[in-house]
Structures are given as C-alpha cells and as structure tokens.
Write a protein that binds this ligand. Sequence first.
Ligand code: SAH
Ligand code: SF4
Ligand code: F3S
Length: 435
Amino acid sequence: MAAQKKLYIKTYGCQMNVYDSERMAEAMGGSGYVRTEVAEEADMILLNTCHIREKAAEKVYSELGRMKPLKTAKPDLKIGVAGCVAQAEGQEIMRRQPMVDLVVGPQSYHRLPEMEQTVAGGAKALDTDFPVEDKFAGLASRPKAARGPSAFLTVQEGCDKFCSFCVVPYTRGAEVSRPADRIVQEARGLVEAGVRDITLLGQNVNAYHGAEGGLAGLIWQLADIDGLDRIRFTTSHPNDMDDALIAAHGDCAKLMPYLHLPVQSGSDRILKAMNRKHTAESYLALVDRLRAARPDLAMSGDFIVGFPGETDADFEDTLALVRAVGYASAFSFKYSPRPGTPAAERDQVAEAAKTERLARLQALLAEQQTAAQEAMVGKEVRVLFEKPGRMQGQIVGKSDHLMAVHATGPERLIGQIAPVRIVSAAPHSLGAELL
Ligand code: SAH
Ligand code: SF4
Ligand code: F3S
C-alpha cells in the first residue's frame, strides 16, 4: 500500500452530498488516503459542491480563493471540485481557478482513484460523464469501522420531474434506482457497525423502483433487519406517494412518523408554472391521507417565494396552505434563477418583495415549529441518543419525530434508544428526563 496521505473534504448542499463525501473518502482509502478535518494538513482537498441556488454555487469560488495560500505553501497539494457545481460548470471551473487539478461529477466519483493517479502525475483530470456502468458497483464495499447510530443510505439518484426552477435533473441526471439486494446488504453492514437509524436518500426517493412494491417494498425488506430500529426517507415528491407507502406509515412500526414532503407553493397558478404537476388541494388531500394512516405524523416541507409571476395573492395562498398543514419544521428560500432552467428566462419578482414574503413565511413557519415543539412537553417519547451534549453529564439525540432532545444521563446510553419524558421546549431542542 502507498504511504498514507490526507484527504480533506468540505461538503455543501443536501444529505446526498454528505453520503457521497463518505463514499468518496472510502474510495480514496484504497489509494492510501485517510480523512482529515484540518485543511492545512491535507494532501488533497475536495469540495463537494451544491448548485441549487446562486449563493451555493458562489461559495465554491470564494472557498477556492481562500485555498490559494494553501496551494502556494504546498505546491504538491491537489485541489478537486466534486458534486453539482462540478457537473454544471465542468471545465469552466479550471478556467476560472487554474489551481484546480480535478473536477468530478456526482455520477463519476467511483473513478476518483484513477483520476488521483492522473493528477499525481501533474496532469489535470475532468470527468462529468453520466457513465453507463453503475457507480455503486464500481465502489469498493464499505469498511466495517464502528460508526455513530444514525446513517444515510442513498437508494435512488437523479430526477425526471424537471420543475422549472430546478437544476437537479441536469446535475444529477435521470432517475436511477439501486437494486434492493445491494441496499439491504449495505444496511446490514451499517447495522453491524452500530447504526440503528437509517435515512434512505434520493433526489426523488419515493420514485424508487428497485424493489417489488417500490419504496414501500424496500422499507418492508429493511424492516426485517434485526438491530435496525428506525427507517426514514427523504426527499419525496407528492406525485410519487403511492398507496403502499402511505399505508406503510401506519403499518410499519420501524418507519418513523416524520415526512419531508416539499410543496414549494400554495398557489395552483404558480405550481403550474413550476411544472410541479400537482395542486394545492391534491397536496392537502395527500397530507390528510398520510395523517389518517399515522395521526402523529410530523410534516416538513420546502417553499420557494418570489417565483417568476408570483403575486401577493399567490403568496397569500402559500400562507393559507401552510396554515392548513401545520408544519413541524420547514425550509424556505427566495427563488434563485438558475442558468439553463426555464424559469430563469421569465420576468422576475422584485428582490424587495421576495425579502418581505420570505420574512412573513418564515415567521409563520417558526410559529408552527414552536407550537409543534411545545406540544411535546409532558409526552413520553423514545430517543436515540447520539452523542454527549455541550453541558457536563448531558446526552443528546433524536426523537421518533426527528426532534433534537437533550437529557441528563450516562454516556453508556449513547447508541441506545431510551424512553424519556419531555419536560421543556425551545424552538430547536427539547429537554427531557429519562424514564
Ligand atoms: N428533490 C427534492 C429537493 C430538491 S432541492 C424535491 O423535489 O423537493 C431542495 C429544495 O431547494 C427544493 O425543494 C426547493 O424548495 C429549493 N430550490 C430548488 N431550486 C431552487 C431555486 N432555483 N431557487 C430557490 N430554491 C430552490
Ligand atoms: Fe428538483 Fe423538482 Fe426534481 Fe425536486 S422534483 S429535484 S425540485 S426537479
Ligand atoms: Fe445541491 Fe446537488 Fe443536492 S444541487 S441540493 S448538492 S442534488
């Protein structure tokens, strides 16, 4: 084996990038790299990037600018850009920042070890293909090292929905599902390494079709794994929520009562312009069906304000939808025009209106989140403890509803699920007593 070298990875964007960063680090392990948290000591730096909004993409170039002195101090340092900016900008990145040695798209990172050989020889390496071979099959199996109790597991990639604002179909490519047996095998390995809570990931995870019965079928297969106690999945599109998946929320005890189901807008006119292919009413009807299956389901969502053509009345419809659903948590963004997407070419909403709408929406969502947190006080819930808290003697973890909970308790409970009673609520965390 080659001498040990150090790899620093900085991850931006969604949970799929977090998973990909782990897999890239593991792939580079075979080339003698170990991961470091200190950029200054790295032999290779990889930025795993996000292209979803303008600010996310800009961050990459400012971070590369900040890395210049590192490269000056250590000319052998290799700098790579991975992820969705790599896919979207490709060669342009090396043109703007000639010190970048390597650019690798999200579907090609199984080729990283070869690319490392190329850059070690002093050449540049660029790979933004959507290769026909299966990326996951090309990656070495995952190491058996002990892990924390929660993990991500990508089961599906890409998107065929083409919402008119979104770059993901271009950066991640067409929908692809991993075969169920590989996923079950990977999940078993994670459980052997100490994982008890798995979040299945996909840009459109409920479009998963690699198992009989779709995502619900896969969830039922995973529910058979002893030692795996909690299953979650994200992110879903409303139109791919089939009957079996709705039913699983009521019938599968390991499927947790939390669902991230982005709607983007409450105005049918805007939903149509977004090419979402659902209405506000069909979304609300879906939420009703999910809550009929699982009455305590905690809902989360994504919203965009200031989409081209959005009027005050359209925005009021979004607020009305939010009031009708009652979200336990949510993410909301100003519309950001993305190059190459249809909506970027349309007449844009003034920045001041976007700012004002975002503030009003976020105030309402914050109110709902506080209400959801406070409604937990007095309840007995199960917490998977994940790590020591910031205060002496404290341990922190997540409830079934994915709320952060802290309690005074012994560190031996880390990695365990324990019953607690919630005694206090803050906007982002709950205080509890062990039972
Ligand atoms: N696949 C998921 C998530 C896509 S990206 C889904 O279908 O919901 C995560 C979120 O970023 C989106 O839900 C959307 O709310 C937001 N987003 C995507 N493109 C955006 C843009 N151009 N401007 C602002 N927000 C955007
Ligand atoms: Fe983007 Fe829409 Fe696909 Fe989600 S469903 S990734 S928002 S195109
Ligand atoms: Fe960003 Fe790509 Fe994820 S654009 S949100 S990192 S799929």
